[in-house]
Write a new protein. Structure first.
Length: 201
């Protein structure tokens, strides 16, 4: 077994009481199935690597833990991927009962280790594109009264149009919406995007 990382010890120690046995269990199963796995901290959470490649990571939150393999192909044969429920592939882990039995979990860890060693790149699921944002009537009316703003809005890619549309339509009060609408038209008349303050020149 590789040398334990004291930062992982500290992470587990400061985690909620319910989370400690879960994290200790996951850590033990990784080293049992893949003794050469190295411990480190990445993205402020315990991470395990093999041959310099990321194998898996785990994290503790206020009410649940999360655990997942870097390559999501690992573990799919052992019950599917619950990644939509929380970070990782095992959903919200609140007790050891939420994890596969030791033998099954270790088999998944070994599979993940083989994928990492082989250099297979992480598989990312393609996200469906968002539908085009529909500009509200008050924005269309305001733009039609300001040719410069209209030209800027029409030239924007869908994402930048969406930034303005969502900023205006998410206003909870009529006064806020009117203020945002006026500001949006003013900025667009100057050729500015919604987040122009944060964009690099």
């Amino acid at each position: 077994m590789s040398t334990p990382d004291s930062r992982v010890d500290a992470y587990i120690a400061k985690s909620a009481e319910f989370a400690r046995p879960i994290l200790e269990h996951l850590r033990a199963q990784i080293h049992a199935a893949c003794p050469e796995a190295e411990e480190t901290i990445k993205w402020s959470m315990p991470c395990f690597t093999v041959d310099g490649r990321i194998l898996a990571n785990m994290a503790a939150f206020k009410a649940h833990c999360a655990f997942g393999f870097w390559n999501r192909e690992a573990g799919k044969d052992g019950g599917g991927d619950k990644g939509g429920e929380a970070m990782g592939q095992y959903g919200r882990i609140t007790s050891l009962k939420d994890l596969p039995p030791k033998k099954e979990l270790q088999a998944q860890i070994r599979q993940a280790a083989e994928l990492a060693k082989s250099g297979v790149t992480r598989v990312r699921e393609a996200k469906a594109p968002k539908p085009p944002a529909v500009a509200p009537e008050d924005l269309l009316t305001a733009l039609s009264a300001n040719p410069a703003a209209q030209a800027t809005f029409d030239a924007f890619p869908p994402g930048k149009q969406r930034d303005y549309i969502e900023w205006i339509t998410e206003a909870k009060q009529a006064a806020t919406r009117e203020k945002r609408l006026a500001q949006a038209v003013e900025w667009m008349a100057e050729g500015k995007s919604r987040n122009w303050k944060y964009e690099k020149c």
